[in-house]
Design a protein. Structure first.
Length: 462
């Protein structure tokens, strides 16, 4: 049977990621928040990275629970999404409620770590199941692509909205009030999917059988494309420190915090255009080739921005647009690779570990965000960034040069690494995934699937 999502459901799915990324764009500025409340840059880098030690265990265990747990109403993902949706905004408000006037850095740190871990847990509950939802909302591969495209487009647009508004609102209202506003707005946008989202597809018992933790590890070892996809997402994301350092770069390199809004406005046009165009291109061209194009554009744009320096805004704007085009290709299409890897894993092992795959994606997303903040702050500390100066005082010229180098060269290095990874190790193509999905759903036999795929991937169910 051909299951398809309803129109309002598809709309709500995209709207959910619009809200989530409005919230997450504000969370991404936690590193700047720590500096503004007087925490030393090097210490702040450790504070952001430390909680991820627990997070590595937390996300993996949760993925295992999602794959094994089915609620009495037959749902597998929606209950987790509802719980996380309630908690996420409250925890972000708690995190940004830390007053800079507190004299004890110890209290600030303990408060932040507790709130950050609670927020992170809420994010885990809802994000991995949301990415997995297309696999149970529709059986149509192209509709799944459309849903994930809507996910990425709305996510990018949500990030853009937040990036434009934060430099305008935050200096006037402060970190806490702005956090309240963004949490409420994000939660409102995510709510329609809680009412309209439906799970329609239930994988056959053979594919959805109970399996042990050791079998789960075997699945991960055999699914090389999942590991490669996650590594690509992590490296590109961990090196894309622009959003984390946007306020600091604007204050020091470009003259005022409001210039962060100008930078976002410059990138807005090509980013939205590509977000609309890329899903159409993905139906005509293989997504790996499109991702490669995006990475090359990102590398060229980042490198050129560093070379022209921070005094020539016209050239900065031009290369920022080139970079924005490239990033759009990667952000929209790279997460589709995880869905492809689920089909590959099912084809190779007979086990459809959707929950663990998308929980690892969520873990990767959170880990890259932690590393972004930690690496950025650590680099600022090496260049001598003085957090005691506060948010209104410009840093020394040497520190400013260091900020500009980190802001541009880290993304360039990350893009180059991902290009090499794709060229050397990622061989799976869209036409292969279509055959795997057809076999996994029972539309074609094992013999038919192996006839098309054996030379490249070996026998099914091994």
């Amino acid at each position: 049977m051909d299951y398809q999502a309803e129109k309002k459901e598809r709309f709500a799915y995209g709207l959910w990621f619009l809200g989530e990324n409005i919230i997450w764009a504000y969370v991404a500025l936690a590193s700047t928040f720590l500096l503004d409340i007087g925490i030393d840059a090097t210490l702040a880098s450790a504070i952001l990275l430390g909680p991820k030690i627990w997070d590595a265990v937390n996300d993996t265990l949760f993925g295992f629970i999602v794959d094994k747990k089915k609620f009495k109403n037959g749902e597998k993902f929606m209950p987790w999404i509802r719980i996380g949706n309630i908690l996420i905004g409250l925890m972000i408000i708690l995190m940004y409620a830390i007053p800079a006037s507190l004299k004890s850095d110890t209290i600030k740190i303990v408060w932040f770590v507790f709130a950050y871990l609670a927020m992170d847990f809420a994010y885990t509950l809802m994000d991995a199941p949301m990415f997995a939802m297309p696999t149970v909302m529709t059986s149509n591969i192209h509709e799944r692509t459309d849903l994930i495209s809507a996910n990425r487009f709305c996510g990018i647009f949500g990030g853009i909205i937040a990036t434009v508004l934060i430099p305008i609102i935050r200096p006037k209202l402060g970190w806490f009030v702005t956090g309240v506003i963004f949490s409420i707005l994000g939660t409102i946008l995510m709510t329609p999917f809680l009412m309209w989202g439906k799970e329609r597809i239930h994988v056959s018992a053979e594919k959805e059988k109970e399996y042990s933790f050791s079998e789960m590890l075997r699945y991960l070892r055999t699914n090389r494309y999942l590991l490669i996809s996650l590594l690509l997402i992590f490296v590109q994301g961990a090196s894309s420190i622009e959003s984390v350092l946007s306020l600091i770069t604007a204050r020091n390199c470009l003259g005022s915090e409001s210039m962060a809004t100008v930078l976002t406005a410059v990138a807005l046009g090509p980013t939205i255009l590509m977000a609309l165009l890329v899903p159409k291109l993905a139906k005509k061209y293989d997504k790996t080739s499109l991702i490669m194009f995006g990475l090359i554009a990102s590398f060229v744009g980042s490198t050129a921005m560093y070379l022209v320096g921070y005094h020539n805004f016209v050239l900065i704007a031009f290369f920022l647009m080139v970079k924005g085009v490239g990033i759009s290709f990667f952000l929209i299409l790279s997460y589709m690779l995880v869905g492809d890897s689920v089909e590959y894993g099912t084809y190779k092992t007979g086990t459809r570990a959707t929950g663990i795959s998308f929980s690892l994606q969520t873990f990767t997303a959170k880990m890259k965000n932690a590393v972004i903040g930690s690496l950025s702050l650590f680099a600022l500390g090496l260049f001598g960034y003085d957090s005691d100066l506060g948010e209104t005082v410009r840093q020394s010229e040497e520190v400013i040069k260091g900020i500009w180098a980190v802001y541009n060269l880290m993304p360039a290095i990350g893009a180059l690494f991902c290009i090499l990874m794709l060229v050397l190790f990622y061989k799976m193509r869209d036409k292969d995934v279509e055959v795997m999905a057809a076999y996994n759903s029972g539309a074609i036999s094992k013999q038919e699937a192996e006839k098309a795929l054996y030379d490249k991937y070996g026998a099914a169910g091994e």
